[in-house]
Design a protein around this ligand. Structure first.
Ligand SMILES: N[C@@H](CCOP(=O)(O)O)C(=O)O
Length: 396
């Protein structure tokens, strides 16, 4: 058996239609909306005790709440990343506890590995030979790695500004890459023009229901690492929204199963040079509008038209969270100060989570009794040049 027998169907968030997962892999066939994997939670055996008995450390540890069995997953033990306490930050911000969930310690060095493990498994199960996606860089690196492991060909559409490391590693994994001049929006356009024509299996964010499924595991790990309690707040650097939406979905499942009492408030952290989610949140809108002039040093979250905009807004409202934008300078300062005070190396996008959390603490949204988690999406040394240039610009 390859599929988890607890999976009920794929349900469309927009029109409510449901589909057999054996017959559909992409967006909703009725309306092109986002499909969500639903489970018969009554039949799921998932408790702290059953999890403790598992012989897996990575995401397969939580296979009862994933679409495929542990033995079927295309996995490199992604997940099982450290939750690092940052007491100096907690003191500085006047909040109870601060942790960095260090996703830079994943097999290809980013949070994208979680989703890609499940999405590439789904592609292989569906008999795909080629997978394709638009990417700011790290997701393409992860897709190329997992596709290589599954024996599939991968095609990444990457804006020229993506980091050298990510582009190089796509090639090192044998992935095909189209480097598109311009910014991420141009890469998405080029992807769309090609993917249908070639008949490739889409790994685009929300173009498959399965990246979100892998992203859910971050919430299970947080709960397990905090002795099966939910943190009060998770501050997530947000681009397309897969990570934040998946984290909220995983936390909601744990609450529905009665394993944790409440879900964390999720906060979308963005750079003020490209903050469509923050703008929509502040305007009480249900969906994002295209950000016409995206411009931030944090290339991984420079997403002017997030595919998951409506899903992110629903998740942050449902969880009593919010959205916060800060300047690039503050984000880089946040990343550098965590490296200097706590020793933890985080990337520029996670710097946005740090500066965003500081702003939220300042506004009183995070308080002295709160346990706050910042998600670090990739290792600091993948963006060492950006971080060091910030120091140079300060004359250090
Ligand atoms: N890609 C981001 C991380 C979060 O992305 P999302 O598309 O899941 O919102 C990064 O590079 O930091």
């Amino acid at each position: 058996m390859t599929r988890n027998s607890a999976v009920r169907d794929l349900t469309c968030r927009a029109c409510g239609d449901s589909f057999d997962p054996a017959e559909t892999t992409g967006p909703c066939p009725s309306c092109d909306g986002h499909l969500t994997v639903t489970y018969d939670l009554d039949t799921v055996e998932f408790t702290p005790e059953t999890v403790a008995d598992r012989r897996y450390d990575g995401i397969a540890r939580y296979a009862e709440l994933l679409p495929f069995t542990a033995e079927t997953l295309v996995t490199m033990d992604e997940g099982a990343t450290p939750l690092v306490a940052c007491p100096d930050l907690a003191d500085e911000w006047g909040v109870g506890e601060v942790y960095v969930k260090d996703e830079g310690r994943n097999p290809t060095g980013s949070v994208a590995d979680r989703g890609m493990a499940v999405a590439v498994t789904a592609a292989a199960e569906a008999g795909a030979e080629d997978v394709a996606l638009p990417t700011t860089g790290i997701e393409g690196q992860a897709a190329a790695a997992y596709a290589a492991r599954a024996g599939l060909d991968s095609h990444s559409f990457v804006p020229s500004r993506a980091t050298f490391d990510a582009k190089a590693m796509i090639n090192v994994h044998g992935g095909d890459m189209e480097v598109v001049g311009g910014r991420y929006g141009d890469a998405v356009e080029s992807f769309r023009e090609t993917v249908a024509e070639e008949g490739w299996h889409s790994l685009a964010p929300f173009g498959t229901p399965y990246r979100r499924e892998g992203a859910k595991t971050l919430a299970y790990e947080l709960a397990e690492q905090l002795d099966w309690t939910a943190p009060d707040a998770v501050v997530y650097p947000t681009g397309e929204g897969v990570g934040l939406v998946g984290t909220h979905a995983g936390a909601t499942e744990l609450a529905d199963l009665g394993i944790v009492g409440d879900t964390p408030a999720v906060y979308a952290a963005q750079a003020d040079g490209c903050a469509p989610v923050v703008e929509a949140f502040e305007n009480d809108a249900d969906d994002t509008e295209v950000w016409e002039t995206p411009d931030t040093i944090c290339g991984g979250i420079e997403i002017p038209d997030p595919a998951g905009g409506a899903d992110v807004l629903a998740a942050i409202r449902e969880s009593d969270g919010g959205a916060v934008a800060t300047e690039d300078r503050e984000a880089l300062e946040g990343a550098v100060s965590i490296a200097q005070a706590e020793g933890v190396e985080i990337g520029a996008s996670a710097g946005v989570a740090a500066s965003g959390a500081a702003a939220l603490a300042d506004q009183g949204a995070l308080g002295p009794d709160d346990t706050v988690v910042l998600v670090n999406t990739l290792p600091g040394n993948a963006e060492a040049d950006i971080l060091r240039n910030h120091l140079v610009s300060k004359g250090i």
